[in-house]
Ligand binder design. Sequence first.
Ligand code: FE
Length: 344
Amino acid sequence: MIRKFLAAVAAMAAFSQAFQATPAYAAEEVNLYSYRQPFLIQPFLDEFTKQTGIKVNVVYAQKGMLERLQAEGRNTPADAVLTVDIARLDALAKAELLQPIDSEILKKNIPAQYRHPDGIWFGLTTRARVVYASKDRVKPGEVASYADLAEPHMKGRICTRSGKHAYNISLLASIIAHKGVDAAETWARGVKANLARRPQGNDRAQVKAIKEGICDVSLGNTYYMGFMATNEKSPEQKEWAAAVNVLFPEQDGVGTHVNISGAAVTEYAKNKENAVKLLEFLSEDFAQHMYAEQNFEYPVKKGVKWHPLVASWGTFKADDINLDVIAAHRAEAAKIMDRVDFDG
Ligand code: FE
């Protein structure tokens, strides 16, 4: 009990930046808790304020959002949240910290598979979970599907981060949704049997391993390719990126698994109308373009231009299963990863 309380306090402390005192003249405002970094969102938040006169106060953090919202209860200053991954959105929804929003603009701009059926959360950008493949050592057609990663010809050739990581759990959950628990478990076992090394590191570390010849393919999110290929701070990452092709699995099947970054209005929002306006703004062309481009992601709204580098990886068929269905299979996916001792 005490340990749980201390964990909550520590998590809350992660939100170190307090809201700035709101000037008395700021009649219209909206308060946002964000896991997305300032460089990503500040430019279009400024534009939102310019267009609407609504001031946006943001608390940035890397963790502890759910604990903080729970601890604050109905006293929370947060009107809306911005976060990544269906896992986090679903956790907030299940903890009853979000409220449903009925907005024609959000429904029009965001395809149904990227928003909660009852409007509890909304995807704003997508990222595909692709296969990074060595340009030198992977022949065309060797990996056309996720299923290929479990085939004998991939023995000793695969690197990945932990099977317990949210990105891999969501991918496995999508396989459960399409093929059932048994097939998903067989797949996870097969991939484990083909690993070149124990799961470790993040998505970029796997591409580094491909460059170094440790493995030939890895699983990774698309935007990391953008960050590696343009990394002036760590130019060696450009070489990692240059060593691989981005392969979109399942083009002859259900389509490549995608996840979302998203937003939602909190259960106890005091500025609900402004929060809805902000979400709607984020779903329109201006913010969609800027938001997706900053993080090398895909806009959810159709017809919004992609970053040229992102476009250079090619268009692809994305799995159109609702992310809410994937969320429903996440717990089972985590159990499978345990059963097959994926990280062991
Ligand atoms: Fe990531």
